[in-house]
Design a protein around this ligand. Sequence first.
Ligand code: SF4
Length: 76
Amino acid sequence: TYIVNDNCIACKYTDCVEVCPVDCFYEGENMLVIHPDECIDCGVCEPECPAEAILPDTEPEAEKWVEFNRKYSELW
Ligand code: SF4
């Protein structure tokens, strides 16, 4: 799965939401998150993000965002 990190905060772009084939982006309190069970790992959102806020959860920097993305996406 892919995750969103805090580079997303206050970002006004929603290019990622538009390209996601499974609509698995959700609104957190001040940033978007990805639902880890719905993401199909296609990767098309990553290059679309102008804030470089999207990365695969296999990246070491992504680790601390995994639970955050799950928590906020499951509120919906
Ligand atoms: Fe959506 Fe694909 Fe990005 Fe997952 S990797 S959030 S399925 S666009």
